[in-house]
Ligand binder design. Sequence first.
Ligand code: NAI
Length: 245
Amino acid sequence: MDFKGKTVLVTGSTRGIGKAIANAFAMYGADVVITGRNRIAAESIAKVIESEYGVKAYGVHLDLAGDVSSSIEEIFSLTNNKIDILVNNAGITKDTLFIRMKQEDWDTVLSVNLTGTFKVTQAVVKNMIKQRYGRVINISSIIGFIGNVGQINYSTTKAGLIGFTKSLAKEVASRNITVNAVAPGFIETDMTEVLTADIKEGYLKQIPLGRFGKPEDIANVVLFLASDMASYITGEVIHVNGGMY
Ligand code: NAI
């Protein structure tokens, strides 16, 4: 795989799956834009990537819950208006049982996972249309397919991302832009670190491959979907869950 000459924007790439995805692209020669709510963290990761892989890496503040326009402007000015690959990775949970869920818990998760993705993707895809090239990869979740107790808000957004993926794929296919999704199962990151040992044990029993996934398991599939090997795949979702679903 060779991503030399390509520029990749990954949302929420200061840790976890997003950071692994950014690293993987840099390893194969892409310039990368690291983004997160913490600019200093994003800049320091970008510095490490530059020295490790000899590519260009930029660290930019991008908060999906707020107004993204100035961050997008900054990203385009740093990259000379060139984003070839967009990975919509940032996502949050605010778990509680449905009957106890406050509207604020619902609104916060929707505003980051869905509305934030809408805002960033619209700005980037407008530019991809001009370039007549683009790859958009959305990180959904197994929970969008099987549901989960205490995660009505989160599963709604992750199922919503599939509709988003399939509709956008149809709208932009004629411009040489593909739009796909990856639906991870249980991946070892800070997001899942907070779960109790009992809950983790319960998940592990449901995974035929007998282990939790690593962020790199997701990054590998994202690389494939962004590569020329996947140029005839669009509107698709790839499940990466050790056989759990
Ligand atoms: P994480 O919590 O370690 O990382 C999430 C990233 O999103 C962080 O970099 C965080 O700073 C960023 N983020 C959070 N709110 C943001 C906001 N308002 N604006 C911009 N960035 C924001 O989580 P993890 O596990 O790396 O998850 C990455 C994606 O993968 C998420 O969309 C998550 O829903 C999805 N996923 C994770 C699974 C897992 O088992 N870890 C399973 C299925 C899906």
